[in-house]
Design a binder for this molecule. Structure first.
Ligand SMILES: *[C@@H]1O[C@H](CO)[C@@H](O)[C@H](O)[C@H]1NC(C)=O
Ligand SMILES: *[C@@H]1O[C@H](CO)[C@@H](O)[C@H](O)[C@H]1NC(C)=O
Ligand SMILES: *[C@@H]1O[C@H](CO)[C@@H](O)[C@H](O)[C@H]1NC(C)=O
Length: 322
């Protein structure tokens, strides 16, 4: 009698531990793969990953928000159940216990998708995992840059806006100058404009900066605006702004020398000019000169009296020609 009891107890302990072990070990790693962004009208593949660790599946259910729209129960007939909710159309032939395919997604299909997996008896243990999907309406046009002039002088102020019209959500806009990201202080962020008519948004970003000589490469400044929407849309628009060279004035100051005969070493506020003589020496003969339309003065130098004379002759020839 005692012995039978003992065996019974032992059996129950065994049963309990096995149930416990099952609850802990079965159904591991439930997670979903849901596209973050899908173009309106496209199909979307949603995957529910799970590992039953040898147990039987009772059911897989998919919810959008709290509404169930898909159920898969292998022991029931039919195994697949579909509940109608707005903006969700299941392609049955491309859906099963782990994958579902949504056809022709619409803006209302955006939301949180959850997959709930339940293990068969005796545990009926359930796990759930969720992720968000956003259905995107892409802009019909590239971003547009407005407000620029064709030509700018050094130290002119550039002001422009870039607009990406009517998308959902609003595009992310970024500026670049000569393909390099711009100083954040140049950028003016504006709130996206909502169009109630279409429920779409227009993104606007401004830029404002004062040009310096390093903005122009071969006399051109490439201003580019890039519009992106998650990882499914990328378009850019570029404007080439030309450097307007200062006019040559007939004053005593040898502007032409600065323009044509001296190497310019980049120092932000106070450029220094050098000329190198035939022997590669920096010349010690320095002259003050004035750059047009600027308040600062810089040092310039001449390699030789001969070069100076040649330069002056060139200016004279130029003046006569004009
Ligand atoms: C479920 O469907 C997907 C895609 O249609 C397929 O790759 C996968 O093998 C299917 N899974 C099973 C268990 O049949
Ligand atoms: C840029 O857009 C803002 C806001 O819409 C507007 O106030 C500003 O005048 C625009 N600037 C230019 C240069 O078009
Ligand atoms: C815009 O950029 C932010 C920051 O990188 C990102 O979190 C957001 O998802 C982006 N939005 C779109 C519509 O691409």
């Amino acid at each position: 009698m005692h012995r039978i009891l003992g065996i019974q107890c032992g059996f129950q302990v065994l049963l309990l531990t096995s149930i416990f072990a099952e609850m802990v070990n079965s159904l591991r790693d439930v997670y979903v793969t849901v596209p973050t962004a899908v173009r309106r009208g496209d199909t979307a593949l949603l995957i529910c990953h799970y590992d039953l660790e040898g147990d039987a599946l009772y059911s897989v259910k998919w919810y959008k928000g709290r509404q169930e729209f898909y159920g898969y129960t292998p022991k029931e007939m039919p195994t697949m159940k579909i509940f109608t909710i707005a903006g969700i159309e299941i392609i049955k032939s491309l859906s099963n216990e782990s994958h579902i395919t949504l056809a022709d997604v619409q803006l209302v299909s955006s939301g949180r998708y959850s997959c709930e997996v339940t293990v068969d008896a005796p545990s009926f243990h359930t796990f759930i995992s969720s992720a968000d999907m956003e259905v995107v309406e892409l802009p019909h046009h590239r971003p547009a840059i407005v407000g620029t002039r064709p030509k700018y002088r050094i130290r002119d102020s550039v002001r422009a806006n870039c607009t990406s019209r009517l998308s959902k959500p609003a595009a992310n806009l970024t500026w670049s100058i000569n393909n390099l990201p711009v100083n954040p202080s140049y950028v003016k962020h504006h709130k996206a404009l909502k169009s109630h008519e279409h429920n779409l948004e227009t993104a606007v970003i401004g830029i404002q900066f004062v040009t310096n000589r390093y903005h122009f490469i071969d006399g051109k400044l490439k201003l580019k605006c890039l519009a992106t929407i998650h990882d499914i849309y990328i378009q850019s628009t570029e404007k080439s702004l030309e450097e307007e060279k200062p006019k040559i004035y007939t004053t005593k100051t040898p502007n032409v020398n600065y323009m044509n005969f001296h190497l310019n070493y980049p120092h932000d506020q106070n450029p220094t000019m050098y000329s190198i003589d035939a022997f590669g020496r920096k010349n010690s003969y320095e002259t003050e000169f004035y750059e047009p339309e600027s308040s600062y003065t810089s040092k310039a130098s001449y390699s030789s009296i001969v070069e100076l004379l040649v330069n002056l002759l060139t200016i004279a020839a130029l003046i006569l020609y004009l």
